[in-house]
Design a protein around this ligand. Structure first.
Ligand SMILES: Cc1cc2nc3c(=O)[nH]c(=O)nc-3n(C[C@H](O)[C@H](O)[C@H](O)COP(=O)(O)OP(=O)(O)OC[C@H]3O[C@@H](n4cnc5c(N)ncnc54)[C@H](O)[C@@H]3O)c2cc1C
Length: 368
């Protein structure tokens, strides 16, 4: 997990030939390296990556995977998110059963988004009806954590057991980038919820600050995607002998500022979430600060790379082409306007001096 290493998760030659191929090779590699079980506590056979004091390691791993491949980063982030929810909310027995599934190599995911007119519901007899949309790893994730609405309107987290390929519809995932994530629709109508499926109490999924603050993990992955774009931008300048041009230097310098400022803000966001020491609204504002910064900076590094590399970067044999499509697509996350204005409103309304809003809360070993 050093800053210079690579997990070698870029698409295999066969998978790269069609960039909508699910990254079996990379996920298999993560499985063999023990990364699918690493989020579990050591007592359950993992490496404790979800423990607060390991937040720096988890953040660096997410960025490292995102740097190699944003689709793989998205899938791994969903896997970590599901295990983190299980560890936080499930009872001891369910935690143990699901930890064994992770150790056995099952891929987890969190499927919350749903079609407006066909959302997932759970009836009193334990039967599901409806679907989830934009579900990453559809057909490949065999332990999805889904949210299902109960008759009283509250929402319950369930871990469902699926076989590979079961119920997945990828026909509408014809998309600009992130094609390899297999983000599809999964209809669960008729499925009966088995024993041990329920995670936590109703509406636990939406408990704050964890619901909004968990965004720090996708920011860490996006940061890796930004880094890949800036690295390719640099490589192109060097390969074409254009590094000494002052216009190119100025654009590259602005790219680096965008990237490295985000690295600091994402590290700060991860640390304040892990510390659980500040009021929930302040934690959420700190994460939203990083969200708004990454959203803008991600678009900036794309524009700067496009201007510097020029048309060559749009040819499909140039690495920038797929990196740009993946980053532009993955930057689209829920309610970005609210992230910016909610954070601004919180700071405008509070009396705390700016320098004391997010005091240093770094846990041991979490230096940026
Ligand atoms: C590659 C990829 C994989 C994904 N995988 C999963 C997954 O596995 N599981 C899952 O649950 N989801 C997944 N998602 C979906 C994701 O969680 C979000 O639902 C999705 O990215 C939201 O994007 P959006 O642009 O439609 O957001 P929106 O929130 O609709 O934002 C679009 C624009 O509308 C504005 N806006 C938002 N709300 C309002 C409002 N009420 N009034 C006016 N304007 C508004 C926003 O600020 C923004 O400007 C995935 C998404 C991507 C890109």
């Amino acid at each position: 997990m050093s800053a210079h290493s690579s997990l070698h998760l870029a698409a295999s030659p066969i998978e790269a030939a069609s960039d909508d191929a699910f990254p079996h090779v990379a996920i298999g590699r993560l499985r063999r390296m023990g990364r699918l079980s690493a989020p579990l506590p050591t007592a359950l056979g993992g490496e404790g990556l979800c423990e607060p004091e390991r937040v720096g390691d988890l953040r660096r791993l997410l960025t490292e995977i995102g740097r190699d491949s944003l689709p793989v980063g998205r899938l791994y982030e969903g896997h970590v998110n599901a295990l983190a929810l299980v560890l936080r909310y499930a009872d001891a027995e369910t935690r143990e059963v699901l930890a064994r599934d992770a150790l056995d190599g099952h891929l987890f995911g969190v499927w919350n988004t749903e079609p407006k007119d066909n959302g997932l519901t759970l009836d009193p007899a334990g039967r599901l009806r409806g679907a989830k949309s934009f579900a990453s790893g559809a057909g490949f994730v065999t332990r999805p954590l889904v949210t299902a609405r109960m008759p009283d309107g509250r929402s319950l987290m369930l871990i469902l057991r699926l076989k590979a390929g079961e119920r997945a519809d990828l026909s509408e995932w014809r998309v600009h980038g992130m094609r390899a994530t297999a983000t599809g629709t999964v209809d669960f109508s008729g499925l009966h919820v088995g024993e041990g499926a329920v995670i936590g109490a109703p509406d636990d999924y939406f408990r704050q600050p964890f619901f909004f603050a968990g965004a720090w993990r996708f920011l860490a992955v996006q940061l890796g995607g930004m880094e890949a774009v800036v690295e390719t931008h640099r490589a192109h300048m060097r390969a074409t002998g254009r590094s000494s041009d002052p216009h190119q230097q100025a654009r590259f310098g602005r790219s680096l500022i965008a990237l490295e400022s985000c690295r600091l803000l994402v590290a700060q966001a991860a640390d304040i979430v892990a510390a659980e020491a500040l009021p929930p609204e302040r934690v959420i504002a700190g994460v939203n600060l990083a969200r708004a910064a990454v959203d803008q900076a991600g678009l900036d590094v794309l524009t700067l790379a496009q201007r510097s590399v020029g048309l060559a970067g749009f040819l499909d044999d140039h690495p920038l082409e797929a990196q740009m499509r993946d980053l532009a697509t993955y930057l689209r996350q829920p309610a970005p306007d609210f992230a910016l204005t909610g954070m601004a409103a919180h700071v405008l309304d509070c009396e705390t001096p700016l320098h004391a809003l997010w005091p240093e809360v770094r846990s041991q070993g979490c230096e940026a």
